[in-house]
Design a binder for this molecule. Structure first.
Ligand code: CTP
Length: 403
């Protein structure tokens, strides 16, 4: 089943390294090619001889072969692999991966790899729970690396808790799925907007809103994970996005967002407008800072272009268009009107009345309104979960099942 698939396995210093020979056997039995990379410390836990015998390839730990003076190219290794698994991943190597340190062959190869990277941590429960480890896991996930979570159980220290490396049979299943499964949005282009816009009044002040960009960024990540090539048009936001399948375009004003979107919309299969776009902008932007003693009692405004509504007039049958609505009263009625007026296939309704929903929080409570009249209430979920739900709804719109 895995004939022709090339897998790099990076082993770091953890007692759980004893599970990797089993994983190699499973992969080899299915016809995969396996190349083992080890840190020096890992060689204390499982012998390179065992691993090279099972993988039928010399185990690599060093850049240089001390015998004949040749060297191993981390770039070639990184380009060779269809998938790179780091397992077991120690807290130390994890921290180095999160900060881009490249002081051994394994770490350097990670930086060169273009294939999907999976990581399976194994460590004592307190090390796993430590904020630095949790921050590093979040950083690795933000690079698009996939976490194979450790499980709960008895640990080498004698303590009981989370930190045990997942069993090799289950790691094998994850890898098999990753290597064989086609992602639902592969070959599709997605255009996502996120964050607020800022409409300048003078070089110092602007009219803005409270959007953090979290919801839209999570949608961009979810669609990228489902295989789409994503253009993320992001208003001023503190969130950093570094996913290999996401191109981030930073913009400031509603007009910048309009231009960035309209350039890309004709080629986009899926468009999700999660940004909180200013409806009005200042008619005049002062070149100098407006001084306090200037008699300024009003700011004159003009409407911005409704980007979503413009897209709604241009959308083809093949394109899926998703809008957001933030309402405080007559929520469903207003949202349904918005869906019809802006010609969207799906409208995600947030009500600021719901606790845990709205700006700056990690959760959201939304209703999904479909163009065919269907409506689904989603219970309070993390914004990440809501994003996955939206991704699945888009998938269902693209591939309707006849009932
Ligand atoms: N939107 C847009 N361009 C604008 C304003 C809004 O593309 N100039 C998009 C938003 O990204 C969102 C949807 O339109 O997907 C709804 O935005 P919202 O502000 O809730 O609705 P408005 O149409 O602006 O109506 P109102 O503010 O009166 O509720």
């Amino acid at each position: 089943m895995l004939a022709g698939k090339k897998i790099l396995i990076g082993i770091t210093g953890s007692i759980a390294a004893y599970k990797i020979p089993f994983l190699i056997r499973f992969l080899k039995k299915q016809g995969a090619e396996v190349q083992i990379l080890m840190t020096d410390f890992a060689t204390e836990f499982v012998t390179p001889l065992t691993l090279s015998t099972l993988s039928e390839k010399p185990v690599l730990t060093d850049f240089f072969d001390k015998g004949d003076g040749s060297w191993t190219s981390h770039v070639d290794l990184g380009l060779w692999a269809d998938l790179f698994l780091v397992a077991p991943l120690s807290a130390n190597t994890m921290a180095k991966m999160a900060s881009g340190i490249a002081d051994n062959l394994l770490l350097t190869t990670i930086l060169s790899a273009r294939c999907p990277i999976y990581f399976a941590p194994a460590m004592d429960l307190d090390m796993y729970k430590h904020p630095s480890t949790q921050n590093n896991i979040a950083t690795l996930k933000s690079f698009g690396y996939k976490l194979i979570e450790p499980v709960e159980g008895e640990l080498a220290s004698g303590l009981h808790g989370f930190g045990r490396l997942e069993e090799p049979e289950l790691i094998f299943e994850v890898l098999k799925k990753a290597l064989l499964g086609k992602k639902p949005f592969e070959g599709k282009k997605a255009l996502i907007t996120a964050g607020p816009t800022q409409e300048p009044i003078d070089p110092v002040r602007y009219i803005g809103n409270r959007s953090s960009g979290k919801m839209g960024v999570e949608i961009a990540l979810a669609l990228a994970e489902m295989g789409a090539d994503v253009d993320l048009i992001l208003g001023p936001s503190a969130i950093k996005v570094t996913h290999p399948k996401i191109d981030v375009v930073h913009i400031e004003t509603a007009d910048d967002m309009h231009q960035a979107c309209m350039q890309r919309f004709p080629d986009s299969d899926i468009t999700v407008m999660a940004a909180a776009v200013a409806d009005y902008t200042s008619t005049q932007v002062s070149k100098q800072k407006i001084k306090k003693d200037t008699e300024l009692s009003t700011i004159s405004l003009k409407p911005t272009v409704d980007i979503l509504a413009t897209m709604g007039t241009q959308k083809t049958e093949q394109q899926v268009l998703v809008g957001f609505a933030l309402e405080t009263d007559n929520e469903v009625e207003n949202a349904r009107k918005k869906l019809e007026k802006k010609n969207t296939d799906l409208l995600v309704l947030n009500s600021l009345r719901d606790e845990g929903a709205g700006f700056g929080v990690d959760t959201n409570k939304v209703s999904l309104l479909y163009a065919n009249g269907k409506q689904i209430e989603i219970p309070l979920q993390s914004k990440q979960e809501v994003a996955v739900t939206i991704g699945k709804s888009i998938e269902a719109i693209l591939n309707p099942v006849d009932s």
